[in-house]
Design a binder for this molecule. Structure first.
Ligand SMILES: Nc1ncnc2c1ncn2[C@@H]1O[C@H](COP(=O)(O)OP(=O)(O)OP(=O)(O)O)[C@@H](O)[C@H]1O
Ligand SMILES: C[C@@](O)(CCO)CC(=O)[O-]
Ligand SMILES: [Mg+2]
Length: 316
């Protein structure tokens, strides 16, 4: 018997980094997914494979982990999820992923959530969405050393969520056909979270004022989404971007993508995710997304339209 589960990537509209300091955030699941398939193994070891990542590893109780090809990165999240199971029954794990990796689009969270859901199903363990999200957050915390529950919550629950500390609220907002994501390879999330922490330690009063300002923006954005006030939402994204620059997570390539998208008609454009490279999210009237996509790709950036995905984790 086998098991299969998938989970979506994410984009953060407001509150990245501030959420690590207990401020609210707004994030949406996007229509790119990670899928984990588990089959029984007829060998005495577990094999983890991903053609998309050109990754293959063997995990045996006797000889431990052997990385046959690819890089550890994402594998660390699968291994940590396996570790929490304390069950060394050999299995074959396969990962398919359409989420750009390490680009601020929540690939690590999606892989973690899909792995936990697939393992629950494989071991016939009853699980709830909050339980999957909680365990997935613990995996991200252990692997990265620091992580808010934001990425793993949105990957589990899907939709468009307003997260305030542990409280999750699905919010209404018309973002269909209005989002373009430009992406490059980002610095690892853990590194960017550490960089902000160090600046916080050097300038606590200033940084706390900035985090409070981002919190005000996020609360106001929640109202703008509900009232479909597109101009206000765009302007709040641009203000949030200025504050992300101030906390040190902007970069030249992100700025170039942001200004390119604004010149092409974005109402708002900002970093999404950890920053330091990675992704930007541009919000516009639906009739401008084509132009924004074209402008970003013409400058050699990867770009894609993103639509909210109401579907969170799915056990197939
Ligand atoms: N080709 C690859 N194969 C395996 N792992 C990779 C590959 N490219 C990047 N990684 C690793 O995948 C992980 C991606 O996690 P990271 O949190 O940095 O990005 P993300 O989850 O996509 O973005 P964010 O967390 O900012 O939303 C990192 O550990 C990175 O080293
Ligand atoms: C930068 C950050 O806020 C979001 C990364 O996608 C880190 C976190 O919330 O764990
Ligand atoms: Mg991540």
């Amino acid at each position: 018997m086998g098991s299969k589960a998938s989970a979506p990537g994410k984009a953060i509209l407001f509150g990245e980094h501030a959420v690590v300091y207990g401020k609210p955030a707004i994030a949406l699941a996007i229509d790119k997914r990670a899928t984990i398939t588990i089959k029984e193994s007829h060998r005495d070891y577990t094999r983890i494979k991903s053609d998309d990542l050109d990754l293959e590893a063997i995990l045996s109780p006797e000889t431990g982990l052997k990385l046959k090809k690819g890089e550890m990165g994402i594998l660390n999240y699968i291994l940590k999820a396996l570790e929490f199971y304390h069950d060394s029954t050999p299995i074959n794990i396969k990962l398919k992923i359409s989420i750009p990796i390490g680009a601020g689009l929540g690939s690590s969270a999606a892989v973690t959530v899909a792995t936990i859901a697939a393992l629950d199903n494989y071991h016939k363990r009853k699980s709830t969405l909050p339980s999957i999200a909680r365990r997935a957050h613990r995996v991200e915390l252990e692997v990265q050393g620091a992580a808010s529950p934001l990425d793993t919550s949105i990957s589990t629950h899907g939709g468009l969520i307003y997260l305030d500390k542990e409280k999750i609220e699905q919010i209404k907002g018309d973002l269909k056909d209005s989002l373009v994501i430009g992406y490059t390879r980002s610095e690892e999330t853990a590194k960017m979270v550490k960089l902000v922490k160090e600046r916080m330690e050097r300038h606590p009063q200033i940084m706390n004022l900035i985090m409070d300002a981002i919190a005000h923006i996020t609360r106001k954005a929640r109202k703008a989404l509900k009232s479909d006030d597109k101009e206000c939402l765009g302007e709040l994204m641009n203000i949030n971007q200025g504050l992300l620059d101030a906390i040190g997570v902007n970069s030249k390539s992100l700025s170039e993508m942001i200004y390119t998208s604004r010149e092409a008609g974005a109402l708002g454009s900002k970093i999404t995710g950890a920053g330091g490279g990675g992704s930007i999210i541009a919000y516009s009237h639906p009739d401008r997304t084509g132009q924004i996509l074209e402008s970003l790709t013409a400058r050699g950036y990867n770009a894609m339209k993103a639509n909210p995905s109401t579907r969170g984790v799915l056990i197939q």
